[in-house]
Design a protein around this ligand. Structure first.
Ligand SMILES: NC(=O)c1ccc[n+]([C@@H]2O[C@H](COP(=O)([O-])OP(=O)(O)OC[C@H]3O[C@@H](n4cnc5c(N)ncnc54)[C@H](O)[C@@H]3O)[C@@H](O)[C@H]2O)c1
Ligand SMILES: N/C(=C/C=C/C=O)C(=O)O
Length: 486
């Protein structure tokens, strides 16, 4: 049986307690690995290693030397691309093309973009007049924040973890990563890459476990962790923020969403159907930026519903390594139960089930997997649970609308503010809508198109702070000001 261990101070180690937990395949719920569950003593050892590395060889490197190492990490990820694809498919059960075209390439990109930024972005300086006429010079000096706690989710584990580790290391910090208990494989594999590239020991550490009373909580409670960056559910963010309050540590949060997809009658019809289909069903709907509530201008409504139904009924279930399949299972039995509970709730609340609503017929070898049908509803009010609450599954409710004011009101009517995708050829209207909808990112005639130099994050209950491009520097460095009397 494959054993997954913690990665502390450059070594793969079990937990001091010897505790391990099972990693199951989402495809058939077979146990595919056992994972070392880090106790507080293991987490504290990882944090101490990260702290020591700050003043060791890593802390003495020039920016150019750090950048060279990070480019080396990106190149080694690329060289071992298939290993990361295989590991993430085993972890998530998601199709091969989702890994090769979306999630794994972002691993290398997340290191390169921040290596480039830290090397090329200037800091500020000001010349000021003084009464004696000789003036003074002020300049900004960015220094690492210190030990960064990175807590990441299971839905795009490698992309989302490297999205944090890339900038953290580029800025000269060290990290202790606590990946989701559901998806330990690619984060652990990155430890092998760090050793291959020669990253100094203690700069990158991985501790496995759960949240409360386990590695996640032990990490946030360790006062030598100088800042915490977290991606996950909003209610988890609340718990982490309480822990971070001890010692007033800074946080950067990317959390839940209940995102609207808006299709106007003048949209490019096929592009809008494809775009909404991807945003609702990619990764079996387990994408924070995904669409779970669709609004279609009334003249297009029936045609659009039928077209989306047809695409949803055409998915090909199967093992991720089977390149013929394009649709995987949910991450866990627990998450499958949660999504199915919403499928039942939608019917109880009076939905018309356009397609799906249950578990597909699967071949015997896959019958134990966490499979659910892609599902489309119509006919519910905006107050319905599946229209208001984040489900995080392959389902969406479609509702007609008659004017911009109505659809903006519906898009804004929830506690989240993460993303929106808008389909129209009237670009004045597109700009108006983007300004009116209270989210962190709006896509016009596109979805999940990512320029890593841009600000990324959520409004309202979807996040705290922005990461991406120079915005990441605000969280991963401390800016000092130096005033020199001339
Ligand atoms: N905004 C974004 O960019 C973004 C991206 C991906 C996922 N998400 C959100 O993540 C959620 C799905 O991911 P998930 O189920 O892994 O989220 P989750 O909150 O259940 O877990 C996320 C991570 O937090 C850890 N954790 C849980 N409780 C903790 C605690 N008390 N202290 C410390 N760590 C703790 C978990 O072990 C895991 O590693 C969805 O809500 C989705 O919207 C947001
Ligand atoms: N942080 C990001 C979000 C990805 C979400 C996937 O669920 C990204 O694309 O950088």
């Amino acid at each position: 049986m494959h054993q997954v261990n913690n990665f502390i101070n450059g070594e793969f180690v079990g937990a001091e307690s010897g505790r391990r937990f099972d990693k199951r395949s989402p495809v058939d719920n077979r146990v595919i690995a056992t994972v070392a569950e880090a106790g507080r003593v293991d987490v504290d050892r990882a944090v101490a290693a990260a702290k020591a590395a700050l003043t060791g060889e890593w802390g003495q490197l020039t920016v150019d030397q750090r950048v060279d190492l990070l480019y080396g990490v990106a190149d080694e990820i690329t060289r071992r691309f298939d290993d990361f694809v295989d590991a993430e498919m085993a972890d998530t059960g998601q199709p091969h093309h989702v890994m090769t075209h979306a999630f794994i390439p972002r691993g290398a990109a997340n290191f390169k973009v921040f290596a480039d930024i830290i090397k090329n972005v200037p800091t500020e300086s000001y010349q000021m007049a003084t009464p004696d006429g000789r003036g003074a010079l002020n300049y900004g000096l960015r220094v690492p924040k210190g030990v960064i706690g990175v807590i990441s989710p299971w839905n795009a584990p490698f992309l989302l973890m490297t999205w944090k580790v890339g900038p953290a290391l580029a800025c000269g910090n060290t990290v202790v990563v606590k990946p989701s208990e559901e998806t330990p494989l690619t984060t652990t594999l990155l430890g092998e890459v760090m050793n291959s590239v020669g990253l100094p020991k203690g700069v990158f550490n991985v501790v496995h476990g759960f949240g409360p009373d386990s590695a996640g909580e032990f990490l946030t409670q360790n006062r030598s962790v100088d800042a915490i960056t977290f991606t996950g559910e909003t209610r988890t963010g609340t718990a982490i923020m309480k822990a971070a309050a001890e010692g007033c540590r800074d946080v950067s949060f990317e959390m839940g969403g209940k995102n609207a997809g808006i299709v106007f009658a003048d949209a490019d019809f096929d592009a809008a159907v494809d775009g909404i289909f991807r945003s609702a069903f990619l990764n079996t709907g387990q994408v924070c930026l995904g669409t779970e509530k669709v609004y279609v201008e009334r003249p297009l409504f029936e045609r659009f519903v039928n077209a989306l139904k047809q695409k949803a009924e055409g998915v090909k279930y199967g093992r991720p390594e089977n390149h013929g399949s394009n649709y995987g299972p949910l991450i866990s039995r627990e998450h499958q139960d949660k999504v199915l509970s919403y499928y039942r709730k939608a019917v109880e609340e009076g939905a018309t089930v356009v397609t799906g609503g249950g578990i597909p017929e699967m071949p015997a070898e896959l019958a134990e997997g966490n499979w659910v049908q892609p599902t489309i509803w119509t006919g519910l009010p905006e107050t319905a649970s599946v229209v208001r609450e984040e489900i995080f599954g392959p389902c969406c409710h479609i509702c007609p609308f008659d004017n911009e004011q109505e659809v903006v009101g519906n898009a804004n009517a929830n506690e989240y503010g993460l993303s929106t995708t808008i389909w129209t050829n009237d670009l004045a209207r597109a700009h108006r809508m983007a300004a009116a909808i209270d989210v962190g990112i709006t896509w016009i005639n596109s979805w999940f198109l990512r320029d890593l130099r841009t600000a990324f994050g959520g409004a309202k209950q979807s996040g705290i702070g922005r990461e991406g491009g120079v915005h990441s520097l605000e969280f991963y460095t401390e800016m000092r000001n130096v005033c020199v009397k001339l």
